[in-house]
Design a protein around this ligand. Structure first.
Ligand code: AMP
Ligand code: ZN
Length: 469
């Protein structure tokens, strides 16, 4: 398996630090609003990396944080007149709902920055003790960037170029820095802001130290993969390396993976530009499986332009796979013969080539676009060779293969099992209660929900009757 490593700017063979195990950290969102579909790109891409690694037999420890203390969260809290934690807790819940709809697996651990302050203060103190950080007069703690000789190795930037570019950026209030390149590890609170006690001042952590500390706590000093969007390469990940390697004295992450942007009109989709759709917006029009399919239809390191046409194409593409799976399921349920014929045996062996093709694409730095092409080839093969005369073992074999490959991509292609009669009846009862209470909105929702599962309701004089469509 080859991974493009931002650190070496090359595709490298993946060799984990510990055999059979993958320790992976993905920088998560800052939770002050609903996530937009740009934020969804790393979630979907790296969830797929994780799923493929698991398929390959690795035990993956996947950590992804929520940044729950930040200027934007504090601003949102002040606007609403609530505590910052009200905002962050609300949007963590909403984010988790979106993730579930996109079939992004929950991380092994989702740490919250605000719960890890002790670890941050400990690492900050280590950095001060080792001469990599200093406390300014007002209690701000800065990282002494030039003290880390390898600074710039991830973003391939040269310190002196950075110095030149940064001089004009030296803003007021930062004049206590020894050097314009130094960055904040801990900063004093401002009026009304959340804060924690520390030896330096009442304050809160800088953004970069959060990830260094959460990664260390849940995965150890050296990890296999650290990932995020390409906007995080500099300064966020560069600074994380400087902090972690200076504090721990060992290499931080072996591989660094970065997804390219999701664009709109060829500009990065972002909250600050206002050119974004939330995942929730998209869910009003599409099943979020379609969004997932859309994201995986491009290689993660290629920019992807969002458009209505591409979403429609994704919908059609996914539907082709879903239809083929439904057809195979029907054939399996109605097949006459149980045993494979000799010819079918040979065809199933031929079909294995699509799994090999899929793996080859994924082994080449997770080329999901080509992996999906292999799934389409399998669909075509199944549509050509499976029919009424096929044995159950044959169609089931094709179906299992199709479901397995789709599942590695996190695509659900087999509709859920049919609802049980008792579940249907419970919903019908809830609906009549809602109607009695004149809650027609809820009553209609239930009718729609049942309809989406193929259950048709009929209101008759004798009560509600239902049938499977
Ligand atoms: P943020 O909440 O801005 O810190 O972003 C959370 C994650 O989403 C980071 O990994 C970002 O790099 C990523 N991200 C934000 N906007 C985009 C975008 N338009 N395309 C791809 N990734 C993005
Ligand atoms: Zn991070």
């Amino acid at each position: 398996m080859k991974i493009y490593n931002t650190l070496s700017k090359r595709k490298e063979e993946f060799v984990p630090i510990e055999e059979g195990k993958v320790r992976m950290y993905v920088c998560g969102p800052t939770v002050y609003n609903l996530i937009h579909i740009g934020n969804a790109r790393p979630m979907i891409v790296f969830d797929t990396v994780r799923r493929y690694m698991e398929y390959k037999g690795y035990d993956v420890n996947y950590v992804s944080n929520f940044t729950d203390v930040d200027d934007k969260i504090i601003k949102a809290a002040m606007e609403e007149g609530v505590d910052a934690s009200v905002i962050s807790e609300r949007y963590i819940e909403e984010c988790k709902k979106d993730m579930a709809q996109m079939n992004v697996k929950p991380a092994t651990t989702h740490p919250l920055a605000t719960r890890e302050i002790d670890g941050m203060l400990e690492m900050i103190q280590t950095l001060i003790d080792k001469g990599h950080a200093y406390v300014a007069e007002d209690g701000t703690v800065y990282y002494r960037t030039r003290s880390f000789k390898e600074y710039g190795k991830l973003s391939h930037k040269n310190l002196d170029d950075l110095q030149g570019g940064n001089r004009s950026l030296l803003v007021s209030g930062e004049d206590q820095k020894e050097d314009p390149l130094d960055f904040v590890l801990w900063k004093p609170k401002k009026e009304g802001e959340p804060y924690w006690e520390s030896a330096y001042c009442q304050g809160r952590p800088g953004w970069h130290i959060e990830c260094s500390v959460m990664s260390k706590k849940y995965l150890g000093d050296s990890i296999d993969i650290h990932a995020g969007g390409e906007d995080l390469i500099f300064p966020h990940h560069e600074n994380e390396i400087a902090q972690s390697e200076a504090a721990n004295g060992v290499p931080f992450s072996k591989y660094w993976m970065h997804n390219a942007f999701l664009n709109i009109d060829n500009k990065k989709m972002s909250k600050s530009l206002g050119n974004f759709f939330t995942v929730r917006d998209i869910s009003e029009k599409y099943d979020l499986q379609v969004l997932r399919f859309f994201m995986l239809s491009a290689h993660y390191r290629s920019p992807l332009n969002f458009s209505a046409e591409l979403m429609e194409a994704a919908k059609n593409g996914l539907e082709r796979i879903v239809t083929s799976a439904a057809n195979l399921k029907y054939l399996a349920a109605h097949a006459q013969g149980a045993q494979l014929t000799e010819e079918e045996q040979k065809l199933l062996e031929d079909a294995n080539a699509y799994t090999a093709q899929f793996e080859q694409a994924m082994d080449d730095d997770f080329n999901t676009a080509d992996a999906i092409a292999a799934i389409f080839d399998l669909v075509k093969f199944a549509n050509t060779h499976a029919g009424d005369a096929s044995s159950k073992a044959f169609v089931q074999g094709l179906l299992d293969q199709l479901v397995l490959l789709s599942d590695i991509c996190g695509l659900i292609v087999l509709k859920e099992e049919e609802m049980l009669d008792s579940e249907i009846e419970a919903l019908i009862e809830e609906r009549s209660q809602a109607r009695k209470a004149k809650d027609f909105k809820r009553a209609d929702e239930i009718r729609e929900e049942l309809l989406s599962k193929g259950i048709v309701l009929e209101d008759t004089r004798e009560g509600v009757k239902w049938k499977r469509a």
